[in-house]
Design a protein around this ligand. Structure first.
Ligand code: PMP
Ligand code: GLN
Length: 378
């Protein structure tokens, strides 16, 4: 086969989850909760199915869900997106991101990614025929380096992908950083794909700096989020994209042919459930408590704990524990210590190894305690 993606194998998440299952390790690798979602949400979806809401919804998504998203975004970030022309329901953030890229990136266009980055971005750009331009986040702190981003922009730059709260580093962009990005892009036509799937997981009282808050960014952004993350239902694969009318129109041209629409009862169930903002308003405190429990335990191990400002990830420096390359270390940790993790090198095109691995703390307290007990043997 003349492959279109020669560099791509099986994703690290699949590899590490399979190894965790095979070895009986505690799986803190792939990011997903090991606890149940709110039973009210399950009931809400079940009710929609029982009411016969089981045929195709509109291509753009169930109107009530688009309205609920519009209301939430306005309440959180102060910007009104039109439910009819600026919001589209997608099959998770993954499909939103590839669809946005296919909609705007033409062969030969350059697209900037900030490494380490989520593993679907680069293959998505390649499938669109775009040229990937990799700009590193500052090693060690994972903050954006605006001089390097500025230097990477050329007349052929079509878009930049940004992600805050960030997977895998758990950093959160500040208002000043978003303003810098806005200022940098102002004289250009560069579009932004802003991956905000962890928007409701920002800690220590910080607000999430959505691109929606910044008019100069909102006007050029596809803003992507995921109900899977917010409501503890990663397997439902439903998300959404916000974008100005003209960008949404382009997005929908592709969306109608790569998925057409997204499953109906889940959309109705989510729409009814979203009438109560408490579940997402309580999410920062819910995950901050888990983060703190996990960090306190990690501090008693030989791993060096890095900051976790948002998302449900916690990175650690392994240099005082092992000389193995990150990926080998993660496999060793899974087999010998019984805890699965994800190497940060998997989020870099060249496999850059800075002695850092990622744990997911979206787990029951007992799961986290069990993992910590094993990690204390390091
Ligand atoms: N972007 C980032 C940064 C993610 O961490 C994830 C989930 N792992 C996604 C996108 C994909 O989200 P979804 O499951 O809704 O497709
Ligand atoms: N986003 C999840 C993570 O980073 C994994 C999703 C996937 O398996 N593709 O762990």
């Amino acid at each position: 086969v003349r492959t279109k993606l020669p560099a791509v194998g099986t994703t690290i998440f699949t590899v590490m989850s399979a190894l965790a299952t095979e070895t009986g390790a505690v799986n803190l690798g792939q990011g997903f909760p090991d606890f149940e979602c709110d039973p009210k949400l399950v009931q809400s979806v079940t009710d929609a199915m029982a009411r016969g809401l089981n045929q195709y919804p509109p291509m753009t998504g169930v109107p009530a869900l688009r309205e609920a998203v519009a209301a939430k975004v306005e309440a959180m970030y102060g910007r009104r997106y039109d439910a009819g022309t600026e919001i589209t329901i997608t099959a998770g953030a993954t499909q939103a991101i590839i669809t946005a890229i296919l909609a705007v990136v033409r062969p030969g266009d350059e697209v900037i990614v900030l490494e380490p980055c989520y593993d679907s971005y680069v293959p998505n750009i390649e499938l669109a025929g775009g040229t990937v331009v990799r700009v590193p986040l500052v090693p060690g702190t994972f903050r954006p380096d605006f001089d390097r981003i500025a230097a990477a922009i050329t007349p052929r730059t079509r878009a930049i992908l940004v992600n805050s709260p960030h997977n895998p580093s758990a950093t959160v962009w500040t208002r000043e950083e978003m303003l810098r990005l806005q200022e940098l892009l102002a004289p250009t036509d560069v579009l932004v794909i802003s991956d905000e799937v962890y928007e409701h997981m920002v800690f220590d009282g910080q607000p999430h700096q959505s691109a929606a808050r910044f008019p100069g960014l909102a006007a050029r952004s596809f803003i992507v989020s995921s109900f899977g993350k917010t409501y503890h239902v990663t397997g439902w694969k439903v998300g959404y994209v916000l974008a100005p009318v003209s960008l949404t129109a382009e997005f929908r041209k592709v969306h109608q042919f790569n998925v057409f629409t997204v499953n109906t009862p889940v959309q109705h169930g989510l729409a009814a459930y979203m009438a109560d903002p408490q579940p997402y308003l309580q999410l920062p405190a819910f995950y901050q408590r888990k983060r703190d429990l996990f960090r306190e335990g990690l501090a008693r191990t030989r791993l060096r704990v890095l900051p976790s400002e948002g998302s449900y990830f916690q990175c650690v420096d392994i240099s005082s524990v092992s000389d193995l390359p990150e990926e080998e270390f993660c496999k060793w940790l899974t087999r010998e210590i019984g805890v699965a993790a994800i190497p940060l090198s998997a989020f870099y095109g060249d496999g850059f190894d800075q002695r850092v691995v990622r744990f997911c703390f979206a787990k029951k307290d007992e799961t986290l305690r069990g993992a910590l007990e094993r990690l204390s043997r390091l």
